[in-house]
Ligand binder design. Structure first.
Ligand SMILES: [Zn+2]
Length: 116
Protein backbone atom coordinates (compact mmCIF):
# COMPACT_ATOMS: atom_id res chain seq x y z
CA UNK A 1 0.00 0.00 0.00
CA UNK A 2 2.41 2.66 -1.17
CA UNK A 3 -0.01 4.24 -3.59
CA UNK A 4 -2.91 6.37 -2.44
CA UNK A 5 -4.59 6.47 -5.82
CA UNK A 6 -7.71 4.35 -6.09
CA UNK A 7 -7.09 1.37 -8.29
CA UNK A 8 -8.59 1.64 -11.76
CA UNK A 9 -9.69 -1.62 -13.33
CA UNK A 10 -8.01 -2.55 -16.62
CA UNK A 11 -9.30 -1.12 -19.89
CA UNK A 12 -12.74 -2.61 -20.55
CA UNK A 13 -11.89 -3.03 -24.21
CA UNK A 14 -8.36 -4.42 -24.42
CA UNK A 15 -7.61 -5.19 -20.74
CA UNK A 16 -4.44 -3.09 -20.77
CA UNK A 17 -3.82 -0.74 -17.82
CA UNK A 18 -6.37 2.06 -17.96
CA UNK A 19 -5.59 5.76 -17.71
CA UNK A 20 -8.94 6.64 -16.24
CA UNK A 21 -12.67 6.19 -16.23
CA UNK A 22 -14.39 7.79 -19.18
CA UNK A 23 -17.93 8.18 -20.38
CA UNK A 24 -18.82 5.98 -23.31
CA UNK A 25 -19.74 7.73 -26.54
CA UNK A 26 -22.50 5.15 -26.90
CA UNK A 27 -24.69 6.07 -23.99
CA UNK A 28 -25.09 6.66 -20.30
CA UNK A 29 -22.37 4.30 -19.20
CA UNK A 30 -18.76 4.80 -18.27
CA UNK A 31 -15.79 2.53 -17.84
CA UNK A 32 -12.00 2.35 -17.78
CA UNK A 33 -10.16 3.25 -20.97
CA UNK A 34 -6.47 2.90 -21.77
CA UNK A 35 -4.67 5.60 -23.71
CA UNK A 36 -4.71 3.67 -26.95
CA UNK A 37 -8.43 2.87 -26.92
CA UNK A 38 -9.26 6.44 -25.93
CA UNK A 39 -7.10 7.77 -28.77
CA UNK A 40 -8.60 5.38 -31.29
CA UNK A 41 -12.14 6.05 -30.14
CA UNK A 42 -12.91 2.41 -29.50
CA UNK A 43 -15.86 1.26 -27.46
CA UNK A 44 -16.50 -2.06 -25.77
CA UNK A 45 -18.40 -4.39 -28.10
CA UNK A 46 -21.43 -4.65 -25.83
CA UNK A 47 -21.63 -0.86 -25.53
CA UNK A 48 -21.49 -0.45 -29.29
CA UNK A 49 -24.19 -3.09 -29.79
CA UNK A 50 -26.35 -1.61 -27.04
CA UNK A 51 -25.89 1.89 -28.41
CA UNK A 52 -27.00 0.82 -31.88
CA UNK A 53 -30.12 -1.01 -30.77
CA UNK A 54 -33.20 0.24 -32.54
CA UNK A 55 -31.16 1.78 -35.34
CA UNK A 56 -31.51 0.76 -38.96
CA UNK A 57 -28.57 -0.14 -41.09
CA UNK A 58 -27.88 2.81 -43.35
CA UNK A 59 -29.49 5.33 -41.01
CA UNK A 60 -26.70 5.52 -38.46
CA UNK A 61 -25.57 9.00 -37.56
CA UNK A 62 -22.28 9.70 -39.32
CA UNK A 63 -20.77 10.82 -36.03
CA UNK A 64 -20.77 7.18 -34.99
CA UNK A 65 -18.83 6.00 -38.05
CA UNK A 66 -15.32 6.51 -36.61
CA UNK A 67 -16.34 4.74 -33.38
CA UNK A 68 -17.84 1.84 -35.29
CA UNK A 69 -14.81 1.55 -37.55
CA UNK A 70 -12.29 1.69 -34.69
CA UNK A 71 -14.24 -0.85 -32.66
CA UNK A 72 -14.75 -3.26 -35.57
CA UNK A 73 -11.04 -3.08 -36.34
CA UNK A 74 -10.05 -3.84 -32.78
CA UNK A 75 -12.41 -6.81 -32.42
CA UNK A 76 -11.57 -7.98 -35.94
CA UNK A 77 -15.24 -8.02 -36.87
CA UNK A 78 -17.19 -6.79 -39.86
CA UNK A 79 -20.16 -4.49 -40.11
CA UNK A 80 -22.27 -7.57 -40.84
CA UNK A 81 -21.18 -9.08 -37.51
CA UNK A 82 -22.18 -5.88 -35.77
CA UNK A 83 -25.63 -5.71 -37.33
CA UNK A 84 -26.18 -9.38 -36.65
CA UNK A 85 -25.49 -8.75 -32.97
CA UNK A 86 -27.59 -5.58 -32.93
CA UNK A 87 -30.54 -7.39 -34.50
CA UNK A 88 -30.18 -10.39 -32.20
CA UNK A 89 -29.96 -8.15 -29.13
CA UNK A 90 -32.95 -6.16 -30.33
CA UNK A 91 -34.90 -9.39 -30.73
CA UNK A 92 -33.80 -10.79 -27.36
CA UNK A 93 -34.65 -7.52 -25.67
CA UNK A 94 -38.08 -7.55 -27.27
CA UNK A 95 -38.66 -11.12 -26.10
CA UNK A 96 -37.49 -10.24 -22.60
CA UNK A 97 -39.85 -7.28 -22.44
CA UNK A 98 -42.69 -9.47 -23.67
CA UNK A 99 -41.90 -12.11 -21.05
CA UNK A 100 -41.74 -9.51 -18.27
CA UNK A 101 -45.01 -8.06 -19.41
CA UNK A 102 -46.64 -11.48 -19.26
CA UNK A 103 -45.19 -12.04 -15.79
CA UNK A 104 -46.51 -8.69 -14.67
CA UNK A 105 -49.95 -9.56 -16.05
CA UNK A 106 -49.81 -12.86 -14.18
CA UNK A 107 -48.92 -11.11 -10.95
CA UNK A 108 -51.68 -8.60 -11.41
CA UNK A 109 -54.24 -11.36 -11.83
CA UNK A 110 -52.88 -13.11 -8.76
CA UNK A 111 -53.00 -9.89 -6.82
CA UNK A 112 -56.59 -9.18 -7.66
CA UNK A 113 -57.45 -12.79 -6.98
CA UNK A 114 -56.05 -12.55 -3.45
CA UNK A 115 -57.84 -9.32 -2.84
CA UNK A 116 -61.17 -10.94 -2.18
ZN1 LIG B 1 -7.70 -0.33 -24.17
Amino acid sequence: MTDDKPEIPPCWICQKPAIGIGASSMGAISGPYCQECADEGREPWFALVAGMMGLERGSVHEGLTPIIEATLKFYDKTEDDLWEDVERTDREYGELMEKEEKERDGQAIEWFGDDD
